[in-house]
Design a protein around this ligand. Structure first.
Ligand SMILES: *Cc1c(COP(=O)(O)O)cnc(C)c1O
Length: 387
């Protein structure tokens, strides 16, 4: 049985072209980029080329892009680095209730160390109101961190508006763009973004590598201490193959992004419409239009999410329920709860995230096997339906 992979928000397969670009940097071109002889200079040149590719997809200067170990490190660096660098100015940061745990848990960590954090609510679509950001900013605020698009429900936030508000108030603005970099257009200048997080494995690059964009002139302290790599902003010997892979993934995305977005959003809308038509008592989670082109997230009343996931797995289909990071616990997703969805209904959530290789045939197969699975699970589930 061929696997139908529909969990691209959790991770994407590494593009074969990316793997091919990386391979020489494990073997022949193994040099440490901080050394001065041939193989070292070769590795250094490859890193700088990757930096240019990432920067160009952001409308940034290559000198404003720093490589990290992934989205989680970039998020931690942004929050911790900004608040500790600006202690003289203030001790307050603003974020929102549906952020990835890499941001939310870092904000909680900072709260325990005496900083103040305002966690803004979202509406029923998972949208942050920019006016809430404006109202939450006070004289002590040093950072606003609002994600570009949510990894569970796909809602795309009005980051340009939020960036404008933060800029006017003289407050640094960070956005976790892990789900959008290489998928949706980003312009750090037009959107007034000061810091932005990227992860390689969410855009067909390798795992364990990412980047952080830091606007020139931003006051921030480094997160990793040691060698002088990355202009002293991020110590540690470079993950050269990983960085080369991220650069290649960005280069491919720059070419593919537009047509991919158009293709996926059509499949997405067809799938949403068909699920709502073929299964009763289903609600769409997330914003109906302001959403990632590849994201479908529904609550299927009376059927338990984890049970649906396992049943679909037996049919060779990979999807997720709630979030990959929270499965294994019985708590419904913090994102769905923050959107006001009752816990009982949130338990029936199913996330399908399409990718570059997804075909209409795969979607049709999902639509064929899902309704009988739901019917079977509903018969045995203790979860009640609202009607
Ligand atoms: C996957 C993800 C992260 C974490 O990135 P890693 O590279 O896996 O550490 C952070 N934020 C969002 C929105 C994500 O989807």
């Amino acid at each position: 049985m061929k696997t139908i992979y529909l969990d691209h928000a959790a991770t994407t397969p590494t593009d074969r072209e990316v793997v091919a670009a990386m391979t020489p940097y494990f073997t022949d071109k193994f040099g440490n980029p901080s050394t001065l002889y041939g193989v070292g200079r070769e590795a250094k040149a490859a890193i700088e080329e990757a930096r240019e590719k990432v920067a160009s997809l952001l409308g940034a200067d290559p000198g404003e892009v720093f490589f990290t170990s992934g989205g989680t490190e970039s998020d931690n660096q942004a929050l911790v680095g900004i608040v500790y660098a600006n202690e003289k100015k203030g001790n307050h940061l603003i974020t929102c209730a549906i952020e990835h745990h890499a941001v939310l848990d870092t904000a909680e960590f900072l709260k325990r160390r005496g900083f103040e954090a305002t966690i803004l609510p979202v509406d029923k679509y998972g949208m942050v109101d920019p006016e809430d950001v404006r109202r939450a900013i006070n004289g002590k605020t040093v950072l606003v961190s609002i994600m570009h698009a949510n990894n569970e429900v796909g809602t795309v936030q009005p980051v340009a508006e939020i960036g404008k508000i933060a800029r006017e108030a003289g407050v640094a603005f960070h956005t976790d763009a892990v789900q959008t970099f290489g998928h949706l257009p980003i312009d750090v200048n037009a959107m007034k973004i000061d810091l932005l997080s990227i992860s390689g494995h969410k855009l067909y690059g390798p795992k364990g590598v990412g980047a952080i964009y830091i606007r020139k002139g931003t006051r921030i302290i480094p997160f990793m201490h040691g060698g002088g790599q990355e202009s002293r902003r991020r110590a540690g010997t470079h993950n050269v193959p990983g960085i080369v892979g991220l650069g290649k993934a960005a280069e491919i995305a720059a070419v593919e992004m537009g047509s991919e977005e158009a293709h996926l959003s059509i499949l997405r809308d067809e799938l949403i419409a068909s699920i709502l038509e073929r299964v009763e008592d289903v609600r769409l989670n997330g914003h109906p239009t302001e959403r990632l082109p590849n994201n479908i997230n529904v609550c299927i009343e009376g059927a338990e999410g984890e049970a649906m996931l396992l049943s679909l797995d037996m049919e060779g289909i990979c999807v997720s329920s709630g979030s990959a990071c929270t499965s294994g616990t019985l708590n419904p997703s913090h994102v769905l709860l923050a959107m006001g969805i009752p816990a009982e209904i949130a338990h029936g959530s199913l996330r399908v995230t399409l990718g570059r290789s997804t075909t209409k045939k795969e979607i049709d197969y999902l639509l064929e096997v899902l309704p009988p699975i739901v019917e079977r699970l509903r018969k045995m589930s203790p979860l009640k339906r609202t009607r």
